[in-house]
Ligand binder design. Structure first.
Ligand SMILES: *[C@@H]1O[C@H](CO)[C@@H](O)[C@H](O)[C@H]1NC(C)=O
Ligand SMILES: *[C@@H]1O[C@H](CO)[C@@H](O)[C@H](O)[C@H]1NC(C)=O
Ligand SMILES: *[C@@H]1O[C@H](CO)[C@@H](O)[C@H](O)[C@H]1NC(C)=O
Ligand SMILES: *[C@@H]1O[C@H](CO)[C@@H](O)[C@H](O)[C@H]1NC(C)=O
Ligand SMILES: *[C@@H]1O[C@H](CO)[C@@H](O)[C@H](O)[C@H]1NC(C)=O
Ligand SMILES: *[C@@H]1O[C@H](CO)[C@@H](O)[C@H](O)[C@H]1NC(C)=O
Length: 213
């Protein structure tokens, strides 16, 4: 077994438009032209049904974070003792793959709880590491990033894909703050709860690497 591989193809793009351009330029792969990537979900759904795994990976790659939910609390049980928690949960789909993954993470690091350098693993129906997906959520910037590797076996040779993507999202959050004006030992001193509306977002790819398996 080789310890490393040459990529068949590396695509880097900064927007959906350049993705379409890069992919439509991939003539050496004999890929058919699909025209610019439409941002609409219907188009992704249609392509998911009509394209095989490899074609969808090259032509129509996008992720969807479904029912993304963020919640956090900072509770002071005494004026000097805090109890904190942050929680994020969503389902992840990939236009090339027929299954969803479940992604969630908890954090005890206020104030933002989730930071760009922390990565968490999503759980798929299949535990193969080849389908591994990782996410990171930068709460202060509202940036959700995904790295995923998967294998397509519908081509002449199986292809391994490694891709990363990100989206900036604005969450609709309410913050409720409460302070016990007349605190005595045994009572909760203060409470701050952030609760955001559940949201669906599309995550566009930033980079895609393809390797022969
Ligand atoms: C998320 O995944 C769970 C478990 O697989 C499923 O029950 C739920 O319906 C999914 N939610 C969405 C929005 O797809
Ligand atoms: C995710 O992918 C990005 C871009 O390829 C890379 O910089 C980052 O280190 C990756 N994160 C992990 C945890 O692999
Ligand atoms: C693809 O990504 C996975 C996980 O990020 C990594 O372990 C693997 O080495 C990468 N494969 C190649 C061929 O770069
Ligand atoms: C998303 O936010 C980052 C900084 O947080 C910025 O560099 C990037 O241009 C933004 N991307 C889009 C598509 O707005
Ligand atoms: C604060 O608590 C003390 C002791 O329980 C009580 O005597 C006092 O009336 C309370 N003050 C207010 C404003 O509730
Ligand atoms: C997100 O998309 C899923 C699947 O299409 C749907 O069931 C769910 O209601 C959507 N959630 C929101 C908040 O729009």
């Amino acid at each position: 077994m080789r310890a490393w591989r040459f990529p068949l193809m590396i695509l880097l793009f900064s927007s959906a438009t350049t993705l379409a351009a890069a992919i439509n330029g991939g003539a050496s792969f004999g890929l058919s032209r699909l025209g610019p990537l439409a941002s609409s979900r219907q188009r992704h759904e249609r392509e998911k049904r009509s394209l095989g795994c490899s074609d969808a990976s090259f032509h129509a790659l996008a992720w969807r974070a479904m029912d993304f939910y963020f919640h956090s609390y900072i509770t002071y049980s005494t004026p000097s003792h805090q109890v904190v928690g942050g929680w994020v949960v969503f389902n992840l789909s990939n236009t090339a793959l027929p299954f969803e993954m479940g992604c969630s993470a908890t954090s005890a690091q206020p104030q933002d709880f989730f930071y760009s350098n922390q990565w968490y693993r999503c759980q798929g129906p299949d535990t193969k590491t080849a389908d591994a997906a990782l996410f990171s959520f930068d709460r202060s910037a509202g940036r959700l990033s995904v790295n995923q590797s998967w294998v397509c076996e519908d081509d002449q040779w199986p292809t391994i894909f490694n891709a990363s993507g990100a989206t900036n999202m604005t969450l609709d959050c309410t913050t409720s703050q409460w302070q016990n004006q007349n605190w005595t030992a045994g009572e909760i001193y203060s409470n701050e709860i952030v609760d955001c509306a559940v949201k669906n977002v599309t995550i566009q790819p930033i980079a895609l690497e393809a390797y022969s398996a």
